[in-house]
Design a protein around this ligand. Structure first.
Ligand SMILES: C[S@@+](CC[C@H](N)C(=O)[O-])C[C@H]1O[C@@H](n2cnc3c(N)ncnc32)[C@H](O)[C@@H]1O
Length: 304
């Protein structure tokens, strides 16, 4: 940190003139020592009274401040109690939501670098319309909505949509809407056109990915896709004209698909599917072959 020193020399006479007790009061010193002593005593008395008043005022303000701090701590305890109760009644949750420095729902907060990657890749999504298939409990939706004009979340599990509606109310996210839909049956274009689709963690839960990818391409020119894929050395089979791997889904898991099986195309077949669905430009944003749930990729796909 820079230090400053000022060397300022004042003549002694000027110093005396400035520092004498009556300076600035309009009173001039008396030649009579008795009167002068009386005047000084009066000045001292006045100064003590003023400083006593100041002390009293400061201690009153201090007491008021302590009162406000106690009331705020009490309010926060109540808020925490009410929020815990509201989250518990709607649980069990998959996502952890941070409110006022505490995590509600699941114990770990749901963090994802995918949001930043999405907005960086498709700047038109900021201030635009976003479609989020597989919106789960709406944690990502409320984050997307902070930067978008509108977000539509489609989710197959009504209990998850109830939780999403609760988060929407809690955060006042008026520009988000949620709908219970089976993505394998829904025509996405029924919800209008979108500047971008934020499709995370859902394609690899579907039995028929081709129909769904074609439906996304028909509703928006831009797709951000985060999905798993099959390795070529796995036991592959063909579905919808694509080579891939069939996985059994657990319908009791709120994060799984709605069909009994899901189909994971290989990476090569996934890219072919994107091109065949009309996305002329496909870019790998993140390649995660050693992901702990299976090989995964983040892709940006755009239609001309
Ligand atoms: C693994 S979670 C991903 C949640 C979130 N998008 C994320 O990336 O964190 C998959 C979500 O997709 C939903 N889902 C799976 N298959 C679906 C289908 N056929 N129709 C609608 N939603 C489906 C699940 O209910 C679940 O909420």
């Amino acid at each position: 940190m820079p230090r400053f020193e000022i060397h300022w020399v004042l003549p002694l006479d000027r110093l005396r003139a400035v520092l004498r007790p009556e300076a600035g009061t309009g009173e001039e010193p008396s030649a009579d020592p008795a009167r002068e002593a009386e005047r000084l005593a009066r000045g001292l008395h006045d100064a003590r009274r003023t400083s006593q008043k100041r002390k009293e005022r400061i201690s009153t303000l201090q007491a008021e401040l302590d009162g406000l701090r106690t009331a705020r701590a009490e309010d926060r305890r109540w808020l925490h109690y009410l929020l815990s109760d509201a989250f518990e009644r709607r649980g069990p949750w998959v996502t952890g939501i941070e409110v006022d420095g505490r995590i509600y729902g699941r114990t770990a907060r749901h963090k994802s670098p995918r949001l930043e990657e999405f907005f960086r890749t498709f700047p038109e999504a900021s201030g635009g319309r976003i479609l989020e298939p597989g919106s789960l409990e709406g944690a990502m939706t409320v984050e997307l909505a902070k930067r978008a004009e509108a977000v539509v979340g489609l989710e197959g599990r009504p209990r998850s949509v109830e939780r999403a509606e609760f988060l929407k109310g809690l955060f006042g996210t008026e520009n988000a809407t949620f709908h219970v839909e089976d993505l394998e049956e829904t025509r996405l274009s029924d919800y209008g056109e979108f500047d971008a689709v934020f499709c995370c963690g859902v394609l690899y839960h579907l039995a028929r990915p081709r129909l769904f990818v074609e439906s996304m391409a028909a509703t928006s020119p831009n797709l951000y896709l985060d999905t798993q894929y099959a390795r070529p050395e796995w036991e592959l089979t063909q579905r919808e004209g694509l080579w891939g791997w069939v996985r059994h889904e657990d319908p009791d898991n709120p994060q799984s698909g709605l069909s009994e099986t899901a189909f994971w195309p290989t990476l090569e077949e996934l890219y072919r599917l994107l091109y065949e669905s009309g996305y002329g430009r496909v870019e790998t944003l993140d390649f995660l072959p050693d992901n702990r749930h299976g090989p995964r990729v983040h892709v940006a796909a755009s239609r001309p």
